[in-house]
Write a protein that binds this ligand. Structure first.
Ligand code: SME
Length: 177
């Protein structure tokens, strides 16, 4: 019988395979976002923000709806706090955290994992859950490993980005985006 640990290990192996296959950074990062969103039912919405001139700029994302927070100043919100400190933020109850910037009424908890390259925060992985206190030590360890694996690709996004990835970049007809 497969355990939760097997699920995380399997997903990490899948991310590792994607990274080792290489290719364009935007395709790779979008594939990783899709894999994470589809692999865990408690990952209701997931996005990667790139750090750009003191702001977080939304890159690839997947979830039931778009967020209005496509640019967040570093230091603001839970996302901005993680970018400023370089440390993972886990919020068990978003409604009890005064830093929280609301995106979706259904969100109950959130995890934000910085992506560092060469000692600098270049991006972050943001996951919202509709379940309270959805993110435990396994999620933190797993997402921090994913962040390490994708960091060179995020640097490319950071270098060449500047504009939020809008819905126009989504696959046509994909209702999830
Ligand atoms: N909740 C985040 C904003 C981003 S949305 O969750 C997509 C925050 O407080 O920074």
């Amino acid at each position: 019988m497969s355990s939760a640990a097997d699920t995380y290990r399997g997903a990490l192996d899948a991310v590792d395979r994607l990274v080792n296959r290489g290719g364009e950074a935007d395709d790779l990062l979008r594939a990783v976002v899709d894999l994470l969103h589809d692999g865990f039912s408690h990952y209701s919405w997931i996005g990667i923000y790139f750090v750009e001139d003191g702001e977080l700029v939304l890159g690839p994302w997947k979830g039931p709806q778009a967020t209005e927070h496509v640019r967040i100043p570093v230091g603001e919100g839970v996302c901005g706090a993680a970018a400023a400190s370089g440390r993972t933020e886990v919020v068990d109850d978003v409604n009890a955290d005064p830093r929280y910037l609301a995106c979706f009424p259904s969100t109950r908890s959130e995890i934000v994992v910085p992506v560092t390259y060469d000692g600098r925060v270049v991006a972050e992985i943001d996951v919202d859950s509709d379940e309270p206190a959805a993110f435990g030590d396994e999620d933190r360890a797993f997402l921090e490993r994913v962040a390490t694996l994708i960091s060179p690709y995020c640097l490319v996004g950071w270098d060449t980005g500047g504009e939020p990835w809008g819905e126009s970049a989504a696959a046509p007809g994909d209702p999830q985006r």
